[in-house]
Design a protein around this ligand. Structure first.
Ligand code: BGC
Length: 256
C-alpha cells in the first residue's frame, strides 16, 4: 500500500489507457500524482475519483508537444505537491498506420513530436526538480516496436526506437545524480490507442482483435495494469539499482 509513500509522480497521457492505470496504481501505493493529458474531461474525472478515495491527485491540461506549456505544468505540479521524484513519459500516439512509402511528412512529424519530442521536453524540464530531490525515476514508455519490426506503422517504430536509446543515454548521463531512467516495452495492451489502431486498419475489427491477442504466445493482449505494476516498481526504491533497463512486457511476443 505504501511502496511510493513520500513521492510525487507526473504521468503524461495519464487520463486513459496505460497512463490511467499507472496513475491509479501509483496513487494507491501512496504517491501524489499529477495527471497530464489533453483529455480534460477524462483527466478531471480520474482526479476527482481518486481524490474522493483519499488520494492526492490533480489534473493539468497538457499537450506534450508544447514545451512552454509542459514546463509550466511540471513546475506547477512540483510546487503544489512539494517536489518531484517520478516522471512517467507515457503520452504517445500510434499515428497513421502506413508503410514508409505512404507516410506524409506531416504524419511523420506529428508522431515524432508527441512520442519523441514529448519525452525530451518532459525529461528536460523534470530533471531540475528530480535533481533538487536528490534522486529520481524517469520511466519512458517505449514499445516492442522499439525493439523489433512488426511491419506498417513506420513512424511509430522510429519514434519508439528513439525512446529506447534516449532512455539508455539519459540513464548514463544522470546515474551519478541518482536519477534512474528506464524504458518499458509493452506489446499490444488493450487500450483506446490499440482499439483505435485496429479499427482504423482492419476491415473486420473483431477478427483483428482476436488475431492481435493470438500473436502473443500467452494468447491474449495485455491489460493496462500489466504495465502499471512495472511502473510502480521502477518508481519505487525497490528498483534503486535499476537504470538503463528495458523492461519487456509482451506475453512472450519478442521471445521467439
Ligand atoms: C479500457 C477499456 C477499453 C479498452 C479498449 C482500456 O484501457 O480500460 O475500458 O475497452 O481500453 O479501448
Amino acid at each position: 500500500m505504501n511502496r511510493l509513500a513520500g513521492k510525487t509522480a507526473i504521468v503524461t497521457g495519464g487520463a486513459a489507457g496505460i497512463g490511467r492505470a499507472c496513475v491509479m496504481r501509483m496513487a494507491e501505493e501512496g504517491a501524489k500524482v499529477a495527471i497530464f493529458d489533453r483529455l480534460e474531461a477524462e483527466g478531471k474525472a480520474l482526479a476527482a475519483e481518486l481524490t474522493a478515495l483519499g488520494h492526492e491527485v490533480a489534473f493539468w491540461p497538457v499537450d506534450v508537444t508544447d514545451e512552454a506549456g509542459l514546463k509550466a505544468a511540471i513546475d506547477d505540479a512540483a510546487a503544489r505537491f512539494g517536489g518531484l521524484q517520478v516522471l512517467v513519459n507515457n503520452a504517445g500516439i500510434s499515428g497513421s498506420p502506413k508503410p514508409t512509402d505512404q507516410v506524409t511528412e506531416a504524419e511523420w512529424d506529428l508522431v515524432q513530436a508527441v512520442n519523441v519530442k514529448g519525452v525530451f521536453f518532459g525529461t528536460k524540464h523534470a530533471v531540475p526538480h528530480l535533481r533538487a530531490s536528490g534522486q529520481g525515476s524517469i520511466i519512458n514508455m517505449s514499445s516492442i516496436a522499439g525493439l523489433i519490426g512488426i511491419g506498417g506503422i513506420a513512424a511509430y517504430h522510429a519514434s519508439k526506437g528513439a525512446v529506447r536509446l534516449m532512455s539508455r543515454n539519459d540513464a548514463i548521463t544522470y546515474a551519478p545524480e541518482k536519477i534512474r531512467v528506464n524504458s518499458i516495452h509493452p506489446a499490444y495492451i488493450w487500450t483506446p490507442m490499440v482499439e483505435n489502431h485496429l479499427r482504423a486498419t482492419a476491415p473486420d475489427f473483431e477478427a483483428a482483435k482476436a488475431a492481435a491477442g493470438a500473436a502473443h504466445p500467452i494468447g491474449t493482449m495485455g491489460e493496462p495494469d500489466d504495465v502499471a505494476w512495472a511502473v510502480v516498481w521502477l518508481a519505487s526504491d525497490e528498483a534503486k539499482f535499476v537504470t538503463g533497463a528495458e523492461i519487456v512486457i509482451d506475453g512472450g511476443y519478442t521471445a521467439r
